[in-house]
Design a protein around this ligand. Structure first.
Ligand SMILES: Nc1ncnc2c1ncn2[C@@H]1O[C@H](COP(=O)(O)OP(=O)(O)OP(=O)(O)O)[C@@H](O)[C@H]1O
Ligand SMILES: [Mg+2]
Length: 225
């Protein structure tokens, strides 16, 4: 049984009143602790796939299975618990609270999850250390560089020890040195047991993953097309 899997997933959007398949019969799976990259051009359907796999969107056809369970059989409550507990989301545009410090941003999911204060403090400090932001801990995130913001996002995504981290173009705003640091961090995360699924148009970043898949016009393949 795979950690996360999709079978025959199709997602259809209306484009100028014509049906457009953003995802066309996509099947894939990812195992525990694996670091996988999906590469594709802009508009190929990468974010659409990540949203479906991350239970932020629902496919028109096909199914998504988390630890073998079809997510369409879950209630909204069950899905929201799973999203909080088992998924970590990292997006290009950060979605940090700008007026909150690094510490407060990283701590937030633990507050929401009802983790008690002493445990929260320990976990938050451990995560900030992991992403190398000890010296920025009390800085408001609006004052961070792009790379520091992204590292804060990654620490936050890891707060509740997710089974899988979904990263949508995590280095889109970063230079190559910062991108390399983020890829190293994903490697560490995978070694610690969380799977990482990253979508990107950047082949150099993707080359750091254990496995690469290719997305083109809504179709996913193991080989470049
Ligand atoms: N909500 C929507 N309604 C209509 N069309 C959409 C919607 N979301 C995405 N699309 C279309 O589906 C296609 C795939 O979009 P998607 O965002 O998945 O691409 P992407 O590979 O992530 O691109 P990028 O690299 O630019 O982020 C695009 O043609 C896009 O315009
Ligand atoms: Mg995208």
């Amino acid at each position: 049984m795979s950690l996360l899997e999709c079978k025959g997933v199709t997602r259809i959007f209306d484009a100028n009143s014509a049906a457009f398949k953003a995802l066309d019969d996509v099947s894939m799976s990812i195992e525990e602790g694996e670091f996988v990259a999906i590469v594709g051009r802009s508009g190929s359907g990468k974010s659409t796939l990540l949203n479906v796999l991350g239970m932020l969107d629902v496919p028109d056809e096909g199914e998504v299975l988390f630890e073998g369970v079809n997510v369409s059989t879950m209630s909204d409550k069950e899905k929201s618990v799973l999203r909080n507990k088992s998924f970590g989301y990292v997006f290009q545009s950060f979605f940090l609270e700008p007026e909150y410090t690094v510490y407060e941003n990283v701590e937030m999911p633990l507050v929401i999850a009802g983790v008690k204060a002493s445990e929260r403090d320990e976990r938050t400090r451990e995560l900030i250390e992991l992403v190398g932001l000890n010296d920025r801990k009390d800085q408001k995130t609006k004052k961070l560089s792009g790379g520091e913001k992204q590292r804060t996002c990654i620490a936050r995504a890891l707060a509740c020890k997710p089974s899988i981290v979904l990263a949508d173009e995590p280095c889109g705003n970063l230079d190559s040195a910062n991108s390399a640091e983020i890829m190293k961090l994903f490697r560490v995360i995978a070694e610690q047991g969380s799977a990482v699924l990253m979508v990107t148009h950047n082949e150099d970043d993707a080359a750091k993953a254990d496995r690469i898949m290719y997305m083109k016009d809504g179709s996913l393949s193991d080989e470049r097309q």
